[in-house]
Design a protein. Structure first.
Length: 343
C-alpha cells in the first residue's frame, strides 16, 4: 500500500510517499520540501496570507517531483493523507483541498493527520526506530510538550507550555539580538562563540515540581539585559547573551524531560520537532540518557522541521493499527486548534 502525505500547516510545503508492507515499519520512497523562510524574513515572522498563497504555488510541483523520484504513477497511490491541524487555517485548507481533490479523482480514501502526531512518530523513519512505550519531547516553534506514548493513537499529555514554546523563545531572543527570522538556528550558531554562564537568566518553572513549561519570562529577561547593555552591544556581549539564552532553554527542557522519564519509569525517549535539531539540546539529552542508561531516538535531521514524510508515516502507521476512519472529513474540515491528546 502506498500512502501520499501532504504537509501545509505553516511555512513549509511538504509532500512525500511511503509504502506499507504488512506489519513492518513504513518505508519512505521519496519526499520533497519547500521552505518559505526567505519569503517571511522581511516581515520578521510568518504572514498567514502569504504562506497560504505560496502553498498553492508549490504543492503540485512538489507532488510531481516526489512521484518522479519514487518512479510511481499517481494511480498507484492507495491513500492520500494531509495535515488536518493544528496550524494556520488558510494554510491547512490548501493541503486539505488538494488532498481531497486527489482522493476524489483517484477514487481512494483520504486521511486527516494531526501535525504533532507526525512529529511524534517521525523517528520511526530513522535508521534506529524506537519501540513503544516511550516518553516524547515535542519541541518546535509553536509547541513544547512532554507526552507518554504507549502506541499509535495512545498519548497521555504530561506537560506543556503555558505561554511561549521553546522555539518561540529561541526566535524571539534572536530577534532581540538582531538576528532576523527564523532566528533559532542563527542564535545557536552565535551561541557557539559565547559563554553560557555570562548572564544569569531565569529557568522558569524549573523547580516547580510540574512538567509544564514557561518561556515568556525568559524572553523578557533577555530584553531587559540587552537594554542594560545599551543600544549597540558588542559582538562578544551578543554572543554571550545568545549562549546564556540557549543554556537557559536547554536546562529547562532537559530537567523536565529527565523528571518525566524518572516518574514514568520508561527507558526510551523520543525527541521531535524543529528544536530537536539543536546540537546543544541533543548533546545534553544524550549525556543525561547515558548517565541514566536510557535510549534516545531522533528523526533524521532533514525531517526535524515540518515535512510531508511525517504526515504520510503517521497515516500509514494508523492504517496498520486499523485506525483508518474510512471516510472523508470534507475539504474544509480542518482544525487550526487541535490538542494531541484529543485525537
Amino acid at each position: 500500500m502506498k500512502v501520499l502525505g501532504i504537509e501545509s500547516s505553516c511555512d513549509e510545503t511538504g509532500v512525500a510517499l511511503v509504502e506499507v508492507d504488512g506489519p513492518e515499519t513504513p518505508r519512505l520512497l521519496a519526499h520533497a520540501l519547500h521552505s518559505q523562510a526567505d519569503m517571511h524574513q522581511a516581515y520578521g515572522g510568518v504572514v498567514p496570507e502569504l504562506a497560504s498563497r505560496d502553498h498553492v504555488r508549490r504543492v503540485i510541483p512538489l507532488l510531481r517531483q516526489v512521484l518522479a523520484e519514487a518512479a510511481c504513477d499517481i494511480k498507484a497511490v492507495d491513500r492520500v493523507a494531509y495535515t488536518r491541524g493544528p496550524g494556520l487555517a488558510g494554510a491547512l485548507l490548501v493541503g486539505a483541498g488538494v488532498a481531497e481533490a486527489l482522493g476524489l479523482a483517484l477514487g481512494v480514501p483520504t486521511l486527516g493527520v494531526h501535525h504533532l502526531e507526525g512529529h511524534l512518530l517521525s523517528p520511526f523513519l530513522s535508521d534506529d526506530p524506537p519501540q513503544f512505550p516511550f516518553i516524547a519531547l515535542l519541541v518546535s516553534g509553536g509547541h513544547t510538550q512532554l507526552m507518554q506514548v504507549d502506541g499509535v493513537g495512545r498519548y497521555v499529555l504530561l506537560g506543556e507550555t503555558i505561554d511561549d514554546a521553546a522555539g518561540e523563545a529561541f526566535d524571539k531572543s534572536a530577534k532581540l539580538l538582531g538576528l532576523g527570522y527564523p532566528g533559532g538556528p542563527a542564535l545557536a550558531l552565535l551561541a557557539e562563540q559565547g559563554r553560557d554562564d555570562a548572564y544569569a537568566l531565569p529557568r522558569p518553572l524549573l523547580h516547580s515540581g510540574r512538567l509544564d513549561f514557561s518561556f515568556a519570562g525568559l524572553k523578557t529577561a533577555v530584553m531587559v539585559r540587552l537594554r542594560a547593555l545599551g543600544p549597540d552591544p558588542g559582538e562578544r556581549q551578543r554572543a554571550d547573551m545568545a549562549a546564556s539564552a540557549q543554556a537557559a532553554i536547554v536546562d529547562v527542557l532537559v530537567a523536565k524531560t529527565e523528571r518525566a522519564l524518572k516518574d514514568s519509569g520508561l527507558q526510551r525517549l523520543v525527541v521531535a520537532g524543529g528544536v530537536g535539531a539543536n546540537r546543544r539540546l541533543r548533546s545534553r539529552l544524550d549525556a543525561m540518557a547515558a548517565r541514566r542508561g536510557l535510549k534516545v531516538h531522533y528523526p533524521p535531521l532533514a525531517l526535524c522541521t515540518d515535512n510531508g514524510a511525517m504526515i504520510a508515516l503517521a497515516a500509514a502507521m494508523r492504517l496498520q493499527q486499523g485506525l483508518d476512519p474510512g471516510r472523508r472529513a470534507g475539504p474544509f474540515d480542518v482544525r487550526p486548534r487541535w490538542p494531541l491528546d484529543q485525537i
